[in-house]
Write a protein that binds this ligand. Sequence first.
Ligand SMILES: Nc1ncnc2c1ncn2[C@@H]1O[C@H](COP(=O)(O)OS(=O)(=O)O)[C@@H](OP(=O)(O)O)[C@H]1O
Ligand SMILES: Nc1ncnc2c1ncn2[C@@H]1O[C@H](COP(=O)(O)OP(=O)(O)O)[C@@H](O)[C@H]1O
Length: 224
Amino acid sequence: MLMGSRQLLGGKNVCQLANIGQSTNIVWHKSSVDKLARQELLQQKGCVIWITGLSGSGKSTLACALSRALYSRSKLSYILDGDNIRHGLNRNLSFKAEDRAENIRRIGEVAKLFADAGIICIASVISPYRKDRDACRAMLPVGDFIEVFMDVPLQICESRDPKGLYKLARAGKIKGFTGIDDPYEPPLNCEVTLQYNKNNCTSSPNDMAETVISYLEQKGFLQA
Ligand SMILES: Nc1ncnc2c1ncn2[C@@H]1O[C@H](COP(=O)(O)OS(=O)(=O)O)[C@@H](OP(=O)(O)O)[C@H]1O
Ligand SMILES: Nc1ncnc2c1ncn2[C@@H]1O[C@H](COP(=O)(O)OP(=O)(O)O)[C@@H](O)[C@H]1O
């Protein structure tokens, strides 16, 4: 795989043509304003916060709490929520393994663009397969992919069931539902784990958001 670029050879601007996947003879165009300049403008560093977990584990709730907490600190974020992206960009994808992989790949690529724009991109998607999440991690500079695992037992997610999907899955009306008759592979080495508290007092979404914010602060993402 060749990355196309422009080179100055003997005073002449020569294009280097590349073939990427099915795209042939393409050229990479550099932007006139670079990532560092955008980050300076925003006073933050672009990154991807990848929230993974079962349906009902609290991904979207955390994404919203986090986005709000960042906004109150004058930090710009943007949420890519699995459910929402499937209303548009990924509306042609089903829940079979290959389509879930393509769903995650596209969201990973879009998240990478947001991070390059200097934005703190929050992806909240089940992303059940480790290799698909790892492929998204590999798209970004080391350290810029922050995997957050919503470590909530299936039994709790199922008891919440805000959309009634577990009920339908148990009744056999939805096939291939994650956690019921489709796999979920928990992360082995993620940056942040948010664990359900066995004493039945879960951390509040705001407390969870603060845990993630502490990580961002510690790693220097909240300054240029
Ligand atoms: N079969 C099956 N399995 C899992 N989830 C299902 C399924 N069918 C529909 N839904 C609804 O789709 C939401 C998950 O979409 P994602 O794009 O995050 O899924 S994935 O990452 O491609 O696995 C998920 O949203 P959340 O509950 O917010 O996780 C469900 O509402
Ligand atoms: N930290 C939490 N403690 C208790 N309930 C929560 C928490 N986070 C989310 N919930 C509730 O759990 C349900 C599922 O949350 P949601 O964010 O939609 O999960 P997901 O996006 O993973 O499907 C909702 O009814 C929500 O109010």
